[in-house]
Design a protein around this ligand. Sequence first.
Ligand SMILES: O=C1O[C@H](COP(=O)(O)O)[C@@H](O)[C@H](O)[C@H]1O
Length: 268
Amino acid sequence: MALTWTHKDRGEIRVHEDLEELSIDLVDHIAEISEASIKEHGAFCIVLSGGSLINLMGKLVETPYNKIVDWAKWYVFWADERVVGKKHDDSNYKLAKDNLLSKVNVFPRHICSINDTVSAEEAATEYEFAIRQMVKARTVTASENSDCPKFDLILLGMGSDGHVASLFPNHPALEVKDDWVTFLTDSPKPPPERITFTLPVINAAASVVVVATGESKANAVHLAIDDLPSLESSLSLPARLVHPSSGNLIWFMDKPAGSKLDGFKFSE
Ligand SMILES: O=C1O[C@H](COP(=O)(O)O)[C@@H](O)[C@H](O)[C@H]1O
């Protein structure tokens, strides 16, 4: 059974026994927010990431989820994308398309992917423009607290260096406040050219989920969540900067990823 607790300012933490339990809890959570968002404003605006997260969402294409989820009301976005062709193995779009989107009835016109035929800078500008149009049309809700979209759910993976989306430790992209989407040409993790949501957009979401699995993530999980004697080492850790201003934050992890958390040690 999962060990769960709420940290006073880092949100809810769920440490799962194994990946099977984690993935069931994750897709239950997605299905619940999908239903609630559709009831509330007639659409579900979900933001995906790449990496290991997508496999953990695999049960969404299985019964009962594939039948109970109202796919026609889904609008799909990406928190980050690698600037490669849509058929390239590094493409976050391809990963989601092959494993999820091609297997359910999301309308192709509701899939807001990144233009793969232009430069990183142009792709970022176009992507932000497309989202601005959707906020104007009220498909995507506007934040009450900032000039940002308020996505119903942003799903983030986390790298072992603590990066989320394509926001890497000590990278200037972390400082971008006035744009919703920015680009980088020097990503420390290949491929180098990427576009990414900025922190203000992530932190304006109604719900944010961070998923981390495996022992290689344990230190970053600890730095992102625990109260530390000196905050210096974690101040530029992107995952620690995920802090929805009025939304909900939940961390989904397996035992190896959670093994260095203070709460995990106390429970042993
Ligand atoms: O490069 C990326 O890495 C992160 C984390 O990936 P993971 O495989 O370690 O879970 C991912 O969330 C991001 O979207 C991706 O572009």
